[in-house]
Design a protein around this ligand. Structure first.
Ligand code: SF4
Length: 307
């Protein structure tokens, strides 16, 4: 049987496993290894996703199951992305949504590992969340299949999508591809959902030329918010040193030249002012609203459309 959850489109035989080792075929049906058994549940500031322009100053209920469809040598979440543990707690989509509603949390985030590989749980939870008036967020490597995009577009309000490097970077370091990610970003922005992009900068691998190229490519695809974050040693890159603040500053300057409207440093002492997309004034949002004009900030496509 063919799994259509991500760009790999694995053919899986009865009792076999997909590339991600999280999807199998049992009794002629495609199934998740551990549907609803969550590796992580937390209440986070939405800025931690990172999303700075989608309900800023609010909390989000973060949920994750194990699994990923890439194999990044630098993975900062490798303990849940490529490993599988037994006896994780079961939390149904209903339970997750009820918890958010009862605690006044305005959104649910599918995050930490790779939600594309546990897409059935994410889609069911997102459907219930939207019926309950919650917003939905997906933090993803963006290796969408066409089918996944068609399924998710009506269900997810805001995305943070990794754009990790150029084609060679994806091939050599992540065992992935850049083009499905860029095509997905373009389609999501055209649909009208909110997108922020993140690039984890590894000093000695990323270069000014690569960031310049990515900046131009993202700008052409309609991206308006880009987070450049510092790498810390992890997984198979445990021996590499952390990215310096100086290198981050150089890359931020390069990213600024792309013309992308919002460029943010991450994992850093450096801060940049947030300008309200509606009144354009410097803002410190509270409960999703601009501290200056009071407008609800809910993404860049349709800012302030909900009250
Ligand atoms: S989620 Fe992706 S990697 Fe996993 S089985 Fe499906 S197509 Fe393969």
């Amino acid at each position: 049987m063919r799994c259509d959850f991500c760009f790999r489109h694995c053919d899986i035989s009865e009792g076999g496993w997909g590339w991600c080792n999280a999807r199998t075929v049992r009794n002629g049906r495609l199934e998740d290894r551990a549907y609803g058994h969550l590796s992580s549940v937390a209440v986070d500031p939405v800025e931690k996703k990172p999303l700075y322009l989608f309900l800023p100053g609010t909390k989000t209920l973060s949920v994750a199951m194990e699994g990923c469809c890439l194999d990044c040598a630098f993975c900062q979440n490798h303990d849940i992305s490529r490993s599988h543990h037994d006896f994780l707690p079961f939390i149904s989509p209903h339970d997750a949504v009820d918890y958010a509603v009862e605690n006044g949390i305005p959104s649910i985030s599918f995050t930490y590992s790779e939600p594309l590989v546990w897409q059935d749980y994410a889609a069911e939870t997102a459907t219930l969340a939207k019926e309950s008036g919650l917003r939905t967020i997906m933090v993803t490597n963006g290796e969408f299949s066409e089918e996944a995009l068609t399924r998710l577009l009506p269900l997810i309000d805001a995305y943070n999508i990794d754009v990790k490097g150029d084609e060679g970077f994806y091939r050599d370091i992540c065992r992935g591809e850049l083009s499905p990610v860029l095509d997905g970003i373009e389609r999501i922005i055209a649909y009208g959902s909110h997108v922020e992009v993140t690039t984890l900068l590894i000093e000695g691998i990323h270069t000014e030329a690569m960031i310049g190229m990515l900046g131009r490519t993202l700008k052409d695809r309609g991206v308006e918010a880009w987070h450049l974050t510092r790498f810390f040693p992890a997984f198979r890159m445990i021996d590499r040193r952390a990215t310096s603040e100086r290198f981050l500053s150089m890359m931020l300057e390069s990213a600024d030249r792309s013309g992308i409207r919002y460029i943010f440093p991450g994992n850093s002492r450096q801060r940049r002012l947030l300008l309200c997309p509606i009144c354009q004034k410097e803002t410190s949002p509270v409960n999703g609203r601009c501290s200056e004009c009071g407008s609800l900030i809910e993404g860049l496509s349709h800012p302030g459309t909900l009250s």
